[in-house]
Design a protein around this ligand. Structure first.
Ligand code: AMP
Length: 437
């Protein structure tokens, strides 16, 4: 299948070819034919899958075929995105795809002059890419009207949920005509998304692609050197700081997992466990509770976690380091999905230095030390042969006095068990980023 077969106007096909985009990606193959037929679409797809073109090409096609100019202040198609950066990226892509056509695409996001935006909206816009907050400001100023907006796209809708998007959508959607085409794209489908879909979409076609691999170097990773007997206290300290965020804790043994889960429950955490001694029914219930957010902490063994669809988590704790280094990569791949922030923390006891070396060899770099100091000298790990981990990801090095330089023999006991500052700092930074809209 190529783009011509999808019935795009020649202008779009020519531009795509010039951009080196010749064959539709899986999400495009699935979504474009339905969207061109005017159907509502609900897409499970992440950045990098070509989703912008999946909704953008049918939109541009429809707008290129719409006669006349938009009325003053009106908007024919509206795309809502969670952050300024994403909105700008969508704008850039759609402008490139439609270059040379008469479709006028506008951008309204926070952080830029609202007066300039008011001015530009005055003459009417074919396609407007907006972050919800700024759009509402403009609606309040009566700078924009949506009563002629026949196309609505909600992009990265799951991220918008995190940003209180439902309130914005409740205000924005009723301003649009009921007779419109709506497309919703999201990297994950939390329960709330179905509620949004049933409220704002009509009989949507569902399309989805397999998530692309999660590169290990997108995940903030740290090691804490902590005695085996101090790991539980260390974990509790960390978990207590992030009670509202989903955490996955890996234990090497079934008994260890069960014991740890019970300790966490007795400490007041909403924790569940999955391991080989649990029945399928128990595992399913634990997973469901975790997925629904009733349980915030899931303690798992590698075998129990393999191949199951554990939702995206903010933190992965390697309570025990895995014997097989490959499992480290599988474990931490449960976080930082779909461009989100994710942190993986490894607790390394004196007996686990060998495992730590194997892991660092596999990922091609040393893990920044966020607490304690190495139990024995560690050779510097050369940057990546596999996985490309070294580049630019060393900012956290040395938070707890360790760092990636070879360490002296044992660290003073009091250094162990202290929470390092680095994960926290990384987190704040990303928080600031995601507030952009
Ligand atoms: P997106 O997932 O929409 O953010 O797109 C990721 C990147 O892939 C963008 O630079 C697109 O221009 C590009 N792209 C989109 N569709 C295709 C395709 N069918 N073939 C190759 N590249 C594409």
């Amino acid at each position: 299948m190529d783009f011509d077969m999808l019935g795009l106007p020649p202008r779009l096909s020519t531009n795509l070819t010039a951009l080196g985009i010749t064959e539709p990606s899986p999400i495009q193959k699935q979504a474009i034919p339905h969207a061109m037929n005017g159907r509502d679409v609900m897409g499970l797809a992440q950045t990098g899958t070509g989703k912008t073109a999946a909704f953008g090409l049918p939109l541009l096609t429809a707008l290129m075929r719409t006669e006349g100019k938009p009325e003053p202040k009106s908007v024919r198609g509206l795309i809502l995105a969670p952050t300024r950066e994403l909105a700008k990226q969508i704008l850039d892509n759609l402008r490139a795809y439609s270059e040379g056509s008469s479709v006028r695409i506008g951008l309204v996001v926070g952080g830029a002059s609202i007066n300039a935006q008011v001015h530009r909206l005055m003459r009417g816009t074919d396609l407007l890419v907006a972050t919800p907050g700024r759009l509402i400001d403009l609606i309040d100023r009566k700078a924009v009207r949506l009563d002629q907006t026949r196309f609505l796209v909600l992009d990265e809708a799951d991220q918008m949920l995190d940003l209180g998007f439902i309130h914005a959508l409740r205000r924005i959607a009723p301003l649009l005509p009921a007779d419109r085409q709506t497309m919703l794209f999201s990297a994950t489908m939390p329960k709330q998304m179905n509620e949004i879909a049933s409220a704002y979409l009509t009989d949507p076609v569902r399309v989805e692609t397999a998530p692309p691999g999660k590169p290990v170097d997108k995940i903030d990773q740290y090691v804490h050197f902590v005695p085996q007997g101090g790991k539980t206290a260390q974990l509790i300290e960390h978990l207590a700081k992030h009670r509202d965020e989903a955490a996955l804790v890996f234990s090497r043994t079934k008994h260890g997992a069960e014991r740890l889960m019970k300790t966490l429950v007795s400490e007041g955490f909403a924790a569940a466990s999955i391991h080989g001694n649990k029945s399928q029914g128990q595992r399913d219930r634990a997973l469901k509770a975790f997925r629904d957010g009733e349980m915030k902490v899931l303690v798992a063994t590698d075998v129990a976690a393999r191949g199951i669809d554990i939702p995206d988590v903010r933190y992965v704790y390697n309570y025990d380091l895995p014997n097989v280094a490959d499992n480290y990569v599988h474990r931490i791949g449960r976080t930082a999905r779909a461009g989100r922030d994710g942190t993986a923390i490894a607790y390394c006891s004196e007996a686990e230095m060998g495992e730590l070396r194997d892991i660092q060899k596999l990922i091609g770099r040393s893990l920044p030390v966020a607490g304690g100091a190495a139990w024995s000298p560690m050779e510097e790990t050369a940057p990546a042969k596999r996985g490309g981990g070294g580049k630019g990801r060393r900012r956290g090095g040395g938070g707890g006095g360790g760092g990636r330089k070879p360490q002296g023999a044992k660290a003073p006991a009091k250094a162990h068990g202290k929470p390092g500052g680095q994960p926290q700092r990384g987190r704040n930074r990303s928080r600031q980023r995601s507030k952009a809209a």
